[in-house]
Write a protein that binds this ligand. Structure first.
Ligand code: FAD
Ligand code: NAI
Length: 508
């Protein structure tokens, strides 16, 4: 009985502690401390973008050392790993959006935010041209923002490889608007298929959901879609449930090429159980408003033309350059051999420029375009800039002390010399900042039916696991990674709500 009493007390204290901690965090968010006043003599640091790279930088940056200006057409940070869950309403979209204004306001030093798109960067004049195209204005307005230091974190666009019909007919899955569009379109297909006296072939077409691209985005979306139908649509609209089909088309010989072999096999066998049809070695060549036309490679090496009629088409074939990045690369001679983004050195400085850094999907530093890489790069830059500010402060102090030693007779020269030596030692330590090094924590992907796959780094090795336990690990890992307490509670609430009441299938 004694041990149980102690266990009960321990549980009670930890639960109470968690509530107090959450309460304190919420109080702090709602009542931020006053910010230090703006100092125009400080250097202007302009950050482009409010994605993983830029926001990770902002979160760790000592903003009182710079005049920080953030520019992005999106006034929120988006937690992309949970975006596929928004397409079916498992998670509401606002639960994974974090207002950039709250992040800016939580900083010690003031941060200016402009909701605008950077249209060009002049690295010689150190100017960024920005364009505000808000609906309220009617037309667009352009202005210039000068910088001393610039960080480009504008991410990437959806690749279509110029395949005809893709832009006009597909949905992408990169932004909140994309997830909302998919959610509406799924229900449009379902309600139209359930409409009175529909021809059989039309019902089959409308209920055929095609996903192009077997990378993590395509696989996670296909899994979420299948869950939605099994958990909710089948119960609410049983008449059409058996006609529903999901097809995943991939040009390479297997899906999830970046995962280990056993997890690829596990994913493919799970998809088979979930009745998600996988067409590998199948390259999409053309898209019309109702069909996807592809070329499949047969085992004997011959090619076959395949046509997939579809109701919903989601295009997830990876990234390409944003026009801003393409223009910057064209204007900087040292970037002429780079193809996939702004080539950076080991300190993430854009090659061929001064005082310009790049992070995330728009930078080429030798790593995959993932949130994990972008956030580590952002955090690295914050450390670098915090150190640079301390360096400038120390150098100034050394200069003042040295001149007091030379100019003012009667100062205690021994103590001043000691102070100078101490400052120089500190300066040396700070200047010794190591180049950026990416530490891979592992890859995770949801594959439907409450199963996930994970390639996790463990003591310099790799552990591959798949299944329901991995799914719980996936959920808890992502929940802990969500940036704010508010969003964490919202996501948790959505998961519970969907489990208890089912997803909300009403179409806005
Ligand atoms: P982004 O996060 O895309 O941010 C770019 C920012 O720049 C945005 O705020 C945008 O509005 C802004 N911007 C765009 N153009 C301009 C302009 N001209 N001027 C100023 N600002 C501009 N990675 C993982 O590691 N794990 C995952 O589980 C994972 N899941 C994903 C799921 C989905 C559905 C998707 C699409 C991606 C996922 N990723 C994941 C990849 C990850 O989201 C990206 O690698 C990451 O977002 C890159 O960060 P970034 O800062 O470079 O760009
Ligand atoms: P991706 O680049 O990883 O995969 C795209 C796939 O589309 C490729 O396998 C390619 O062979 C295929 N493809 C290209 N053209 C095609 C065509 N015409 N026909 C058929 N198939 C075609 O892209 P994705 O999945 O959007 O991911 C982008 C980045 O984001 C990656 O770095 C990925 O690791 C990361 N990400 C990570 C997630 C996770 O860790 N859970 C989730 C989502 C994205």
């Amino acid at each position: 009985p004694g041990i149980f009493r102690w266990m009960w007390r321990l549980t009670y204290v930890s639960v109470l502690g968690t509530f107090v901690y959450i309460g304190y965090e919420i109080y702090q968010d709602r009542n931020p401390e006053p910010q230090v006043p703006r100092d125009p003599s400080k250097k202007t640091l302009v950050i482009l973008g409010t994605g993983w790279g830029s926001v990770s930088l902002l979160k760790k940056l000592d903003t009182e050392n710079y005049n920080v200006v953030v520019i992005s057409p999106r006034n929120y940070f988006l937690f992309t790993p949970l975006l596929p869950s928004c397409t079916t309403g498992l998670i509401e979209h606002r639960s994974i959006m974090e207002p950039i204004r709250s992040i800016c306001r939580s900083k010690k030093g003031p941060v200016t935010f402009y909701e605008a798109e950077a249209s060009s960067v002049d690295v010689n004049r150190k100017i960024v041209k920005i364009r505000d195209s808000s609906d309220i204005r009617g037309d667009s307005s352009e202005t210039e923002v000068p910088y001393d230091m610039l960080v480009v974190g504008v991410g990437a666009e959806n690749a279509t490889f110029g395949i005809p019909g893709v832009r006009e007919n597909s949905c992408f899955l990169k932004e909140i608007g994309d997830a909302q569009q998919i959610r509406k379109k799924i229900m449009d297909c379902v309600e139209t298929a359930a409409f009175k006296d529909q021809p059989e072939a039309e019902i089959d077409r409308l209920l055929h959901m095609v996903v192009v691209g077997g990378g993590p985005t395509g696989v996670e979306f296909a899994g979420e879609l299948r869950d939605f139908f099994e958990d909710d649509i089948r119960k609410l609209i049983p008449d059409i449930a058996d006609r529903f089909r999901v097809t995943l088309i991939e040009a390479l010989p297997n899906v999830l090429p970046s995962f280990s072999k056993q997890l690829i096999e596990y994913t493919e066998s799970t998809f088979k159980e979930e009745e998600i049809a996988i067409h590998t070695k199948t390259m999409v060549k053309k898209v019309t408003d109702k069909t996807v036309e592809a070329e499949a490679s047969k085992p004997d090496g011959t090619k076959e033309r395949v046509v997939f009629p579809y109701g919903l088409l989601v295009w997830a074939t990876g990234n390409t350059l944003r026009p801003l990045v393409r223009d910057m690369m064209a204007s900087i001679p040292a970037q002429k051999d780079s193809r996939r983004g702004l080539a950076v050195n080991e300190y993430l400085v854009v090659q061929g420029t001064r005082d310009v850094w790049a992070v995330g999907d728009c930078a080429v530093a030798g790593y995959a375009p993932t949130a994990q890489v972008a956030s580590q790069e952002g955090t690295f830059l914050a450390r670098l800039f915090n150190n640079m500010a301390k360096t400038a402060e120390l150098e100034e102090r050394i200069q003042t002390l040295s001149s007091s030693l030379n100019l003012k007779p009667g100062v205690n020269s021994a103590s001043v010399t000691r102070e100078i030596e101490e400052a120089e030692r500190k300066l040396q330590r700070i200047k010794d900042i190591k180049p950026f090094h990416y530490s891979h924590q592992g890859s995770l992907a949801y594959i439907g039916s409450e199963k996930a796959v994970a390639d996790v780094s463990w003591f310099n090795g790799n552990v591959a696991s798949g299944g329901t336990m991995t799914y719980y690990f996936w959920r808890s890992a992502y929940l802990s990674m969500v940036f704010s307490t508010r969003n964490r509670l919202l996501v948790l609430n959505d998961w519970v709500k969907s489990k208890v009441f089912g997803r909300d299938i009403s179409r806005e």
